[in-house]
Structure formats: C-alpha cells, structure tokens
Design a protein around this ligand. Structure first.
Ligand SMILES: Nc1ncnc2c1ncn2[C@@H]1O[C@H](COP(=O)(O)OP(=O)(O)O)[C@@H](O)[C@H]1O
Ligand code: SF4
Ligand SMILES: [Mg+2]
Length: 325
C-alpha cells in the first residue's frame, strides 16, 4: 500500500432502495455506481457534475453518512467496513464536512462558541484544549475579533460568516480530509471567491486532503490539483486540472466547458448553464455509455450497448469513453 495515499476507493456503489408503503421494493436509485479513484495526502480534487449526478452521495459515502452497498474503501491505510460502527465513527473523525447550506448546517439555538465546543465535547478532547482549538479555528477562517463572534447566533451572521463558522467547525478535530459539498453555491456571488480562496489557503497551510464538489467547472482552479467529472453516478474523466480545462477528452466534459462563457472570476455567477438534454434516470440508467442519449459523437452499436471501460490516453488522464479505445 502506498504510504502517501489518503483514500483509495475501488468500484464503490451506493444504492438507495425505493419502497412503496415502506416495504414493497420498487428498485434502487443507483446514486453511486462504480466509482474508483485515489487521493494522495495533501491533495485537493474537484468533483464536478450536474445536479443529481451523485456528488453529495459520494461525499456522504466517504463520510460514512451513507453506507456503501459494494466496493472497497481504504482511508489512511485503514480498510473501512461500512457496516462496522467502529470504522464509521473513526472515519467521521478524520473528515471535516462543509455542507452546501451553511444556515441549515448550524443549529439555530446555539451561539458560535457552543457550536464549536460541541464536537470537542462529543469527541472527548481534554477540556483544557477546547478554548485554544476554538480560537485557532476561528482565527484560521478570519472571524476576528473573536470575542465579537463567539456569542453570536447563526441568524446574526451573514451567509459568508456562517460558512466560515462551518469551515472552522470542520477544522476543529484536525481532520486528514475536508469534504466540501458545493460550499459556495448558496452564497452571494460577492463572497464566493473569498470563501474559495480561504479554503485554498487552509488546504495549503495544513497540507490537507480536500474533495471539493461543485456543479461549476470554472471554479476548479481555486484549489485543486486534479479534477474528476461525474456523470450519472460515475467518474467519466479524471485528470490534472490543467488537462481537464485545456484538453478535455470526454464529450460531456467538452460540453460542460463550452457552457462556461467566461472563466474570469468576476463572472463567477454565470455557471449555471448546462448542456442540452437531461441526465438519465439513476433507477434505470441507459445501457452502454450513460451519456450516449446526449452524445454528439456516439458510435452506434457500441456506445449504446457496452459500458466503456476506463482508458488512459495520456499519463494520468483517464476517460470512460469508446473514442479512446
Ligand atoms: N437517501 C436517499 N434516498 C433515495 N435517493 C437518494 C438519497 N440520497 C440521494 N438520492 C438520489 O440519488 C441521486 C443523486 O443525488 P445526489 O447525490 O444528491 O446528487 P448531486 O449532489 O450530484 O445533486 C438523486 O437521484 C437523488 O434523488
Ligand atoms: S462512449 Fe460513446 S456515447 Fe459515450 S461519451 Fe464516448 S463517444 Fe459518446
Ligand atoms: Mg448535491
């Protein structure tokens, strides 16, 4: 096993059973359906994909909040059995979670001090360390002067400040990985870049592993080394950010990039354009390549019948597409 590896995931699947009246099985939502990747210690990756492609499920599975149905996950050298409560408890301590909606993520009846103290108490950190950890985390996210922020309740903070508290809470237990689920999509455009830059700085300062999930391909450059493109519950392209942006190979990645009108930060609000057509159902995904009903380059008789395996047309550049056979 590579000493430098933080996460190694093979053929990970998370399926949710659909039930009528609570007991009649209506099939499965295959929200993660064969995902394989490695993340090195201190490496930051962006996972980009349209709404409903399984991004949140990927993070929830890595956090142990959703249980993997099949596949293998090794985290920090430890093999995780998603049915073993001890593994899941251990895993949760290693990952700091930054949720999409900061207001929903913060308990409304607690002030910032109590919000930050709680994980320390739950995880039984020595009481004499609490004060210092809380102060350090708040300084890290620039909520200063601290004494102004500690007594405040979430509704007294702006969206950007709330998300800073969420990031501070994610850092408290000194995790090995930060999992950030569209951390700026619900914030005003004016504070998005600030929060992304803050996260990029924290990633570098602590040499943290980061998985940043977004529907917005143009925000990859803020702190990612590599980018993964997710489509219909699979990672269809994985490469260094530069290669994804300058030399995208998968027809879906090309469509996503074409949908970005301008990569300049001041246009950071114009990310919502998405390629024409609908992503497929995850209950009955299409046969063959899942992108084939939308693909301008479909090879009939192949793409519509056989799932493309992963090809590696250039070193470190992986793509699930028959064009690269
Ligand atoms: N707990 C759940 N039970 C049933 N279906 C779910 C559950 N969580 C997510 N899904 C479904 O899985 C699919 C992927 O959802 P999600 O991971 O939230 O995608 P994304 O974050 O990319 O928008 C969606 O069809 C969603 O409805
Ligand atoms: S495998 Fe075929 S349908 Fe799928 S993206 Fe490649 S060319 Fe298009
Ligand atoms: Mg999501």
């Amino acid at each position: 096993m590579d000493n430098n590896s933080l996460i190694s995931v093979k053929d990970l699947r998370t399926w949710f059973e659909l039930k009528r009246w609570g007991f009649i099985s209506m099939g499965f939502v295959k929200a993660l359906d064969g995902v394989t990747f490695d993340l090195k210690k201190g490496e930051a990756i962006t996972v980009v994909g349209e709404s409903g492609s399984g991004k949140t499920t990927l993070l929830r599975t890595l956090l142990g909040l959703a249980r993997a149905t099949a596949g293998e996950m090794i985290f920090g050298g430890r093999k995780i059995d998603s049915s073993d409560e001890r593994d899941i408890q251990w895993l949760r301590r290693q990952v700091g979670f930054v949720q999409q909606d900061p207001y929903g993520a913060l308990p409304p009846f607690m002030n910032v001090y109590r919000i930050l103290k709680e994980p320390l108490v739950v995880n039984k950190l020595p009481a004499k360390e609490h004060e210092q950890r809380i102060r350090e985390s708040l300084e890290e996210v620039r909520l200063i002067p601290l004494n102004d922020f500690l007594p405040k309740f979430p509704h007294m903070l702006s969206g950007g400040q709330q998300q800073r508290v969420v990031v501070a809470r994610a850092l408290l237990l000194r995790p090995m990985l930060i999992a950030a689920d569209e951390p700026v999509s619900m914030l005003d455009a004016s504070v998005r870049v600030e929060i992304l830059e803050l996260m990029g700085k924290i990633q570098k300062d602590y040499d943290l592993g980061v998985i940043y999930v977004t529907h917005d391909l143009s925000s990859v450059r803020y702190f990612s080394h590599r980018a993964f493109v997710m489509y219909a519950a699979r990672l269809v392209e994985k490469a260094d950010v530069k290669d994804i942006v300058e030399n995208p190979l998968h027809p879906y990645t090309r469509m996503l990039l074409n949908a970005i009108p301008d990569p300049e930060p001041e246009n950071a609000t114009r990310f919502r354009d998405i390629p024409p057509g609908e992503p497929p159902s995850l209950i009955n995904p299409p046969d063959g390549c899942r992108f084939h009903p939308r693909c301008p380059r479909i090879i009939k008789g192949l793409c519509d019948t056989e799932q493309p395996p992963e090809f590696q047309p250039a070193p470190g550049h992986f793509v699930e597409c028959w064009l690269y056979k």
